[in-house]
Design a protein around this ligand. Sequence first.
Ligand code: DQA
Length: 146
Amino acid sequence: MSKPIYVLSGPNLNMLGTREPEIYGNTTLEDIHNTLRERAAKSNIELECTQTNNEGDLVTQIQQAGSKGQAIILNAGAYTHTSIAIADAIRAIDIPVIEVHLSNIYQREEFRHHSYISPLAMGVICGFGANSYHLALETLISGAQS
Ligand code: DQA
């Protein structure tokens, strides 16, 4: 089996399902993880799915994914817009990172329009709700198979 794909989610994403459902939808992060795992299993790919509210933990998880994984699907939540530490962690690893957001950050407040991650990412998917994660996984799976 190939190396796992890491699905890393940052602060407040544990609240999906009840958090501002008009923006983020009704699907829980657990539901997202379960559906992603089912899809990955069909392609014989293992997923490591985690969520943390702590910036340093997210840095550590990115480092670990960099040494053990084949790619990262990353929703860094609000740290997207603030964290040089997370950007530096991405710079320090050598596997592709796809940045995802459930909401379309460009339709929202100005402070969400800047991402420290986007210039370092393989690509950015935002605005498709839970599907943003799924589109990222499909991209990685099709890349892995081609
Ligand atoms: C988010 C967008 C961020 O601006 C916000 O801080 C989040 C979630 C998204 O998935 O749409 O926590 O990353």
